[in-house]
Design a protein around this ligand. Sequence first.
Ligand code: PEP
Ligand code: CO
Length: 461
Amino acid sequence: MTDLIPALDALRALNPPQQPVYDDPARVDEVVSQLRRLPPLVFAGECDDLKARLAQAAAGKAFVLQGGDCAETFDTVTAASIQRRLRVLLSMGVVLTYAAEVPVIKIGRMAGQYAKPRSKPTETRGGVELPAYRGDAVNGFDFTPESRRPDPDRLLRAYYASAATLNLVRAFVKGGFADLRAMHSWNADFVRKAHVSARYEQLTGEIDRALAFMATIGVDGGEAFRTVDFWASHEALLIDYEHALTRIDSRTALPYNVGGHLLWVGERTRLPGGAHAELLKRLRNPLGIKAGPNANPDDILRLADELDPAHEPGRLMVITRLGADRVRSVLPPLVNAMEATGRKVVWVCDPMHGNTFESGTGYKTRSFADVTAELDGFFDVHAELGTWPGGVHFELTGDDVTECVGGAADVSVDDLANAYETVCDPRLNRQQSLELAFMVADRLSHLEHASRRAPVMPDVL
Ligand code: PEP
Ligand code: CO
């Protein structure tokens, strides 16, 4: 270990919250040393590229679309599941790019999102109390003592599941699946029955015509039409895993986490001076900070100072998850406090985590109306303050699940039982996701933004 990276034992000594308690610590150490020998999942240079893109978003010239499962599972490391998740994100990306005329930075909550913070350490069902499910990287979802026992070998499985997912994602985005000319077919099975179908069909039709026109006049869009840049992100929760995936980059001799392009620190683990901050601050990856309704602006500023002392463009994304009823009162002081420091962060709205409730029928759910209300609040606040709404962060899936209520298809509380498949938080289904993309595109298209303004040459300023 170099002094550029704190020792794992030093981080463990800080008592990081939300870590599993293993009954075989020696096995944890063996697994960690195996993980250290395994190859990187991402190249450090890619993390630098993403940081440069995020600097554009911080400057009001690009927009972030981040989304995926609340918790990925080993069972859904299948071609079909990965393809469906990618398809919904790419479809949303095209809607945003085309309708809002802004470059969209597409980041999956994918290829590493296997660990979950929990509000309670145990779960009780029918009088039986077992450890809470903490994500497939820690234990199993089945409610049995064997399955809920934290198993260090799952950290290795999480690595291999991430590798397999990222491998297919890379093949899809560079190998032809993401070709704009195939965009119609991405949702061919779905648009006929979907309420957003007319808008989606119209948009893909317009893009097809534009592409045909360009081909006729001999313009070849080249790689830009055939491939997509797509980035992998997850919450940096498990200190053992994230430490093992932290490596010194041979080009720069600096530490990067090579388990994902962007890592974020969650609402429950973002303690300034805590183990998560101590590890993340050493990494050269771009980073996210989640901020909930009780976030004290001073704490967020302190953490931002720890993670980004140099005010590096593109380094930080603040992902607010405040709730529809709090966004208009809590966001302005936070934005004002950050702006007053001169640091330009990417402001991202997560309209999911502040809007969770339990249905009368016992399902953890979210309402589409609350999600759109938080998004509206986010856009309104940034318009009032003159700051750029830098992006959105969704929990979604490519499957036609019934986990969130509302939307044009009007999933009702009674429908929740039909296809409630999540192992953690409720996700938007494909139709709800696409509907939101159009809503966000509408808001963005009414904004004055830097990429549409006439360029100002620095030498004439
Ligand atoms: C999450 O993104 O799944 C999550 C746990 O969020 P937060 O840290 O904002 O509660
Ligand atoms: Co979640």
